[in-house]
Design a binder for this molecule. Structure first.
Ligand code: PLP
Length: 339
């Protein structure tokens, strides 16, 4: 199938901007650095899930769904954007979130509530398992549920990032940018997989580097390869991606998924102060910390162009609590010394 033939609904503001981060480069040196502003996709405060949801919701509507069910962490950006997409398209939405109900409805969770999503917590059970049961319950009541996996990462959702890869290539060409690498935060792996598949199909010299925020190298490489191959299959391609083709960095996760790291908070502070650009503590801060570290280690040549995909996530900042100036040494220093 050609990608134009796949069911899709327009939900995102596209194309997003491709901007140079010249003032960041003055600090970190190395290649020219660009940012693909997928934090500005719209659909209730933006992020990468909007592109996936265009294809996932297209599929849901084509199948006659009237309620969307998905899973995520309490501060899931994917859950928030799925709720927004479902509402925009006139569907109901059930979010099954991992763990117990936190004390405060803040950040993404507050937005879920404002959007009128039905929010359930999985407690000690796996959210996926609970979501399967919720779908069965709904179907038994005569509803038409559509179940979206964690992060919207399956072959259908990944198509959104195949198109994003092509959008980046078109834009880069128009703007005189010649990307050697695209760097992106990797959680469930669908964004990485779509970018990789898209580049393989059009411009295989462009390397896609995923900075893991949760998974081990083995798990992430296998998942990204599987998803990229599935998306290319859907589009009638004959190529496949093996886990050995997948470039992943796993040194920036810190103690666990969602737990802020010193370097991640420093990256948030640095980008805010140098570029007026906000990152988040769960995904893009850690990914940016990874990019900066790779630049400092000389991973990229000075004449190269490197594109950082800003996948959004900023609403989670509003659930960071009051750790901000305390945990980050750099932020503390800059607070006292604004130079
Ligand atoms: C979901 C998410 C990611 C990771 O995307 P995957 O496709 O799950 O790997 C990165 N950044 C933000 C802000 C996200 O919400």
């Amino acid at each position: 199938m050609r990608i134009e033939e796949c069911p899709r609904v327009r939900l995102a503001f596209l194309p997003t901007e491709l901007e140079e981060m010249g003032r960041l480069r003055q600090v970190v040196g190395g290649p020219r650095l660009f940012v693909k502003r997928d934090d500005n996709t719209g659909l209730v405060l933006g992020g990468n899930k909007a592109r996936k949801l265009e294809f996932l919701c297209g599929d849901a509507l084509a199948r006659g769904a009237d309620v969307v069910v998905t899973v995520g962490a309490a501060q899931s950006n994917h859950a928030r954007m799925t709720a927004a997409a479902a509402r925009r398209l006139g569907m109901d939405v059930v979010l099954v979130l991992e763990g117990d109900c936190p004390g405060k409805w803040e950040g993404n969770l507050l937005l879920d509530r404002i959007l009128g999503a039905e929010v359930r917590f999985s407690g000690s059970r796996r959210a996926e398992e609970c979501a399967g049961e919720v779908s069965q319950e709904l179907a038994a009541k005569g509803r038409k549920p559509y179940l979206i996996p964690v992060g919207g990462s399956n072959a259908v959702g990944v198509l959104g990032y195949v198109l994003a890869a092509w959008e980046i290539l078109d834009q880069a060409e128009r703007q005189g940018v010649r990307p050697s690498h695209v760097v992106v935060a990797a959680g469930s792996g669908g964004t990485h997989a779509g970018l990789l598949a898209g580049m393989k199909m059009r411009c295989p010299d462009v390397r896609v580097v995923g900075i893991s925020v949760s998974r081990t190298r083995e798990a992430l490489c296998a998942r990204v390869a599987e998803l990229a191959t599935a998306a290319m299959d859907m589009l009638g391609g004959k190529k496949s991606v093996s886990p050995d083709d997948v470039l992943v960095e796993c040194g920036y996760i810190g103690p666990a998924y969602g737990v802020p790291t010193e370097e991640g908070l420093e990256a948030i502070s640095l980008l805010a102060r140098r570029e007026g650009l906000l990152l988040d503590q769960v995904y893009t801060g850690k990914a940016m910390a990874g990019l900066i570290d790779l630049v400092k280690k000389g991973r990229f040549g000075g004449g190269e162009d490197v594109i950082f995909v800003h996948t959004g996530g900023v609403p989670a900042l509003f659930a960071l609590g009051d750790i901000w100036p305390v945990r980050s040494g750099l932020a503390r220093k800059q607070r006292c010394d604004p130079s």
